[in-house]
Design a protein around this ligand. Structure first.
Ligand SMILES: [Zn+2]
Length: 235
């Protein structure tokens, strides 16, 4: 397998190219290009989250543990009944996410399991598409594509480095074919991945306007009814 530095260097270089390309050729703003480039770099680290005690996994959990209490601070002040209570809760959250979170994910996942697969690539890209708020579908595609490019570079690198050069001929290592795959060996992990992929794809089709949501239509109908009622009241 390629090491962490190899992954970060490759996806970082790709990110610069992706960001510059989006700005110069795609007509996106420099800030959008810069953000997309960062997503490509992060995408190149994501598959190794399944590696317990790996550098990307440690980095990501440390970042989440530090940022989560900051985001939650107004609530912590309320729950803790003041500054000291809030600080205590912030420390507890930090410790739980930082140490327990990484351990739980490490225990639940197998390295080179479904985190290293084509469906995982689409799951991550669709999560970015759904999570990124923008009126322009093209901007959401740019961000989803950015993380997908980084993720794909990781899978390809892992696959390339599973080919070992023995001096006379290339020999496939045991890990060959374990990164660019559609299925893993664990049936439940496969089922879960494809169920999640289907649900997210459904969400993307509705969000992108390619499919009509029955719930949204009902909501719109209800909203119009309320609007009409309000108008009739005003008259
Ligand atoms: Zn990997």
């Amino acid at each position: 397998m390629a090491n962490f530095r190899g992954h970060v260097t490759t996806s970082g270089v790709l990110g610069v190219g992706y960001g510059v390309g989006a700005t110069m050729l795609g007509g996106f703003t420099p800030m959008q290009g810069a953000l997309a480039g960062c997503l490509t770099a992060v995408g190149g680290m994501l598959p190794d989250l399944d590696l317990e005690n790996s550098t990307p996994s440690r980095e990501l959990f440390a970042l989440t543990a530090a940022v989560a209490p900051l985001v939650l601070m107004p609530r912590l002040m309320h729950w803790g009944g003041g500054y000291e209570g809030a600080m205590f809760l912030a420390v507890v959250i930090y410790l739980v996410v930082r140490y327990l979170g990484a351990t739980i994910v490490g225990k639940l996942t197998v390295h080179r399991g479904m985190f290293h697969s084509i469906p995982a690539l689409f799951i991550v890209a669709e999560l970015v598409f759904l999570g990124y708020r923008s009126d322009q579908a093209s901007t959401r595609f740019l961000m989803a594509g950015a993380v997908a490019v980084g993720f794909l570079s990781h899978l390809i690198l892992d696959e390339i480095f599973s080919v070992q050069f023995t001096g006379i001929r290339f020999k496939l290592a045991k890990s060959a074919g374990s990164a660019l795959k559609f299925m893993g060996s664990n049936v439940f992990a496969n089922l879960f991945s494809y169920a999640l992929l289907c649900a997210l794809t459904y969400g993307v089709l509705i969000e992108g306007g390619w499919m009509r949501s029955p719930v949204a239509d009902e909501g719109r109908g209800l909203f119009q009814q309320v609007q009409r009622a309000a108008e009739s009241l005003r008259r």
